[in-house]
Write a protein that binds this ligand. Structure first.
Ligand SMILES: [Ca+2]
Length: 342
């Protein structure tokens, strides 16, 4: 009888959809929208294992979206010494486990099962270990009721055969979700907002901070002002436009729209690709009152919203967050005055 005396080791690589960050090995903290490659390495002893089955399983569906799980590849040792016989098929290289009919993915649990197939390792050199590498891909779910900060799952690789019951040799990794959380921005004006003329500048300050519970970078952070694309001025044009912007006292080039030109960010005062935990921004910006404002009228400004994302990906499964400013400022435009001298 052959006994599989070594169990699988599970490794995980993560990568972003946009390929911007290098793969990292064995992450324990993951963010919503992140794509993971889970690599199971099984040492295959010399000899035969009947009805061998390989599994990659998840202890719950709180982190990895089961519907996103797929099998990427099955690769055996370069010597080709590990062979399988699946059902009535002829003997094949172990990579046949990755072909349709020889594996299944359960869309409700994400469980990946390969086999059962009779697996034989024809190598006879005890000094060299033969292994099979199984790669599975999955995305951290954006399900708002389950995939939240602190949710975790165990990803386990295991092997079973009719020679070994129950399954032995599990290897597992725990994944835990971290999430960015930003405080509600408050706006401070630098001057009294009364009797302002068209063409005048007014200056505001906004503090951008992570909250105390935030445990992940905020990605694609946008400080927006809806008034910049609004229609509160004369003829349906914006009542004001963006002037200069400073971040932590340093002038920055007028940010305008983010580089990727997403339509929802057309109101941007500032765009920050990533703001790490503990990093804070003091933003000062200048608004130029349009000459189309009506004399004697009042405006609420600025109309600030802070938006950010759980991951750097732009079009995939990430989570969007936003916080609107707690209070807008009232600005009154100078009334016309007439003086008569007699
Ligand atoms: Ca060997």
């Amino acid at each position: 009888m052959s006994v599989l005396h070594r169990g699988p080791a599970v490794q995980l690589y993560s990568r972003s959809d946009d390929q911007s960050s290098a793969p990292s090995l064995s992450p324990t903290s993951v963010v919503v929208g992140q794509e993971l490659e889970m690599v199971m390495t099984v040492i295959v002893p010399e000899g035969t294992a009947r009805d061998a089955e390989l599994y990659v399983s998840f202890s719950n569906t709180d982190v990895i979206d089961p519907a996103s799980v797929s099998l990427v590849s099955v690769v055996g040792p370069s010597s080709g010494s590990v062979r399988v016989v699946c059902g009535s098929d002829p003997e094949r290289d172990v990579s046949a486990l990755g072909e349709a009919g020889n594996f299944a993915v359960d869309p409700s649990s994400g469980l990946v099962r390969l086999g059962p197939c009779t697996m034989t390792n024809n190598d006879t050199d005890n000094g060299v270990l033969e292994s099979v590498r199984v790669v599975v891909r999955g995305v951290v779910s954006s399900n708002a009721s389950r995939s939240v900060r602190g949710a975790s799952t165990s990803v386990t690789g295991s092997i079973a055969s009719s020679d070994i019951q129950p399954p032995v040799g599990n290897g597992s990794v725990v994944l835990t979700i971290v999430e960015p959380s930003m405080s509600v921005p408050s706006v401070r004006s630098e001057q009294a907002l009364v009797d302002v003329d068209g063409g005048d500048s007014v200056f505001f300050n906004v503090s951008i901070n992570h909250t105390s519970v935030s445990d992940s970078s905020a990605f694609r952070l946008v400080l927006g002002d809806a008034g910049l694309v609004g229609s509160s001025g004369f003829g349906g044009t914006p009542a004001y436009s963006l002037g200069r912007v400073w971040v932590n006292g340093i002038p920055v080039s007028s940010p305008g729209n983010p580089a990727d030109g997403l339509a929802e960010d057309a109101d941007a005062i500032l765009y920050v690709p990533e703001l790490g935990v503990g990093d804070a921004l003091e933003v000062r910006f200048e608004l130029l009152l349009s000459s189309s404002v009506e004399s004697g009228s009042n405006y609420s400004l600025p109309d600030v919203t802070l938006r950010w994302r759980s991951s750097p990906v732009s079009l995939s499964e990430g989570r969007n967050y936003s916080a609107s400013v707690s209070e807008a400022q009232e600005l009154s435009v100078l009334r016309p005055s007439v003086s008569l001298f007699v």
